[in-house]
Ligand binder design. Structure first.
Ligand SMILES: [Cu+2]
Length: 323
């Protein structure tokens, strides 16, 4: 066994990226094992999708490559999707990558999911009372995001797609500046659901047409003095009003019991990654000064040297005190 220089360079580059992907699924608290390329349509790396016209927006790169097995669950079960950064239970995703975690379901397809087939079943965005983003809860919860399968969901095979949206560069839309834009981390999991319910997901949402560059939940300035955040996509599906079931609508369960509002971490400007080495359009870098709450309160513009710099997203992060 030997490594070429290119192999080593790639290995290093993927090691310093600050993104995330999915490791596996838990059903009612029971670990279903490493799902990568087994029941998860795993992408080749943890880089984000940013182009809203890309078919990969639905189920990521390799989204049309069907896995070899299905997670078995029953309608009404609590499911946990577990994310990681480079290795299981590590730092999960760079703390700068604040944003929502959203979950959709579609009838099973061996296709790539880029079609009008999706229905939103759970979402967690920004809690203005605690100034907490879903991604912060995800990190505090060791990468685990819980949601409940609707109790009257019709039995059958499904794809369940969970995405993280990271807003640290989304003040500018990707179609305006491809070096910036919201970062989407979609992951599709193959499920075989049992139960006697009759509710069939029917929102027929299509990511390529339903997510747009005019959506305030997609082009969003994380460093502005915001007080609320509108999660993109349709409202969470009310399964109770579908089919003949009469059970309550699914609720996003809280996974934040151990979360303590942390300091705002500085966007990293010191290291590079494979996907995000393009320089910003200008040489100014917005830096949020850390505060004791999760909400950015002070915006300072630091003008860098004339040399273009990589955008933040690196694995190493440097804390700086106010100077
Ligand atoms: Cu990233």
């Amino acid at each position: 066994m030997y490594f070429t220089a290119a192999t080593l360079a790639l290995a290093f580059a993927s090691g310093v990226s600050a993104h995330a992907q999915m490791y596996g699924v838990w059903v009612n608290g029971v670990d279903q094992g490493d799902g990568r390329n087994v029941y998860i349509r795993s992408p080749p790396n943890n880089s984000p999708v940013k182009d809203l016209a890309s078919a990969a927006l639905a189920c990521n790169v390799n989204g049309g490559k069907a896995g070899s097995s299905f997670v078995k669950a029953a309608a009404g079960d609590t499911l946990t999707f577990e994310w990681y950064h480079n290795t299981r239970t590590d730092d999960i995703i760079d703390a700068s990558h604040k944003g929502p975690v959203i979950t959709y379901i579609a009838p099973y397809t061996e296709g790539n999911g880029a079609a009008s087939i999706w229905t939103k079943i759970a979402e967690d965005g920004y809690d203005s009372s605690s100034k907490t983003w879903a991604v912060q809860k995800l990190i505090a919860n060791k990468g685990k995001q819980d949601f409940v399968l609707p109790a009257n969901l019709a039995a059958g095979r499904y794809l369940i797609r969970q995405e993280i949206i990271a807003h640290h560069e989304s003040d500018t839309a990707y179609n305006v500046n491809s070096a910036r834009g919201a970062q989407f981390y979609p992951s599709c999991v193959q499920f075989e659901v049992t139960g006697s319910g009759s509710a069939v997901p029917d929102q027929n949402f299509n990511f390529n047409t339903g997510y747009t560059y005019s959506d305030p939940g997609i082009v969003f300035n994380l460093y502005s003095a915001f007080t609320s955040y509108k999660i993109p996509g349709p409202a969470v599906w009310n399964a109770a009003s579908s089919g003949s079931g009469s059970t309550p609508a699914p609720a996003q369960t809280s996974t934040s019991s151990s979360f303590v509002g942390g300091a705002t971490l500085l966007p990293d400007t010191t290291s590079t990654s494979v996907a995000e080495t393009q320089a910003p359009a200008t040489t100014s870098v917005a830096v949020v000064v850390p505060t004791t709450t999760a909400a950015p309160t002070t915006l300072v513009t630091v003008t860098s040297a004339a040399q273009p710099r990589p955008t933040k997203c690196g694995g190493r992060r440097r804390r700086r005190s106010r100077q």
